[in-house]
Ligand binder design. Structure first.
Ligand SMILES: [Zn+2]
Length: 272
């Protein structure tokens, strides 16, 4: 297909998806604009194999946000926003993947942009699944650093359900990527399919673990004086009160942590 036609079709397809997700209230207005930009780059510059991975992430995470919505709302304040993603969240999750879809244009036969793209989506998918399903764990999670039991939804907390969900989220992207790779004709890719699958699976899991480690250590954490609760939200808590920072680095908010999770996944993918 001609590059220009492919790009135009990519933009059209991305616009349909972004508008649909906005109407379905999976994305806020700014989130829809972010999804349009990312989708145009990934569909228009990558191709259908790239689109399949992005859609798998997007659809599975939107569905998981909606599933068990009431149960999650009662368990954790994080889930009471109705699950609408804004542009910061969209860019944090798909931004790294978009960059590698763009790099594919300059290195069309190289395997590494595809590997990094798939690994970064495996990482954000693992993290999203872990966040959405981990909260359903029957017992309280433990902090990844000290192993101390903490409240559900605490940044850096890990649980059995969350870990299994992370593995499932990473495995979904890894298996789709392995299937799609055969039709990509990437000259420099010399892995066996089994090795490729496990490479992506591990990249995704390491990204999610890195996310939890940052959450438990240097991510910016705030306190809401009205609810007397720890939260990632700033400047305003979900109750509307102003939150004060209690620890972590000011610039390292939740979106930044997700961005680093995606970057680490991509780096592991490339380096191995
Ligand atoms: Zn509050």
């Amino acid at each position: 297909m001609q590059p220009l036609l492919k790009l135009l079709l990519g933009i059209l397809f991305a616009a349909i998806i972004a508008f649909g997700a906005y109407r379905a209230k999976s994305l806020s207005r700014s989130g829809a604009i972010g999804a349009l930009i990312e989708g145009s780059l990934i569909f228009g510059l990558g191709g259908w194999q790239w689109a399949i991975l992005l859609m798998a992430f997007f659809i599975s995470s939107s569905l998981l946000t909606r599933l068990f919505g009431r149960k999650k709302a009662s368990l954790n304040e994080k889930f009471d926003k109705g699950g609408q993603r804004d542009i910061g969240q969209v860019m944090a999750n798909g931004g790294v993947a978009s960059v590698f879809a763009g790099l594919h244009v300059f290195f069309p036969t190289a395997a590494w942009p595809w590997v990094a793209f798939a690994a970064s989506l495996a990482a954000v998918n693992a993290d999203t699944w872990a966040t959405e399903l981990g909260v359903l764990n029957p017992t309280n999670p433990r902090l990844i650093t000290t192993w101390r039991p903490v409240e559900r939804g605490t940044s850096g907390a890990v649980s059995v359900y969350g870990t299994l969900a992370a593995a499932g989220g990473s495995a979904l992207i890894a298996s789709l990527a392995t299937i799609c790779t055969t039709s990509l004709h990437l000259g420099s890719l010399k892995y066996s399919p089994v090795f490729f699958f496990f490479l992506l699976l591990v990249s995704g899991l390491l990204g999610a673990i890195f996310d939890s480690l940052l959450g438990a250590t240097i991510q910016a954490i705030y306190h809401c004086p009205q609810c007397d609760k720890e939260t990632e939200k700033h400047p305003l808590h979900t109750c509307g009160a102003q939150t004060d920072q209690i620890r972590g680095l000011k610039w390292l908010n939740n979106d930044m942590v997700n961005l680093l999770c995606a970057t680490l996944g991509a780096l592991v993918g490339i380096l191995v």
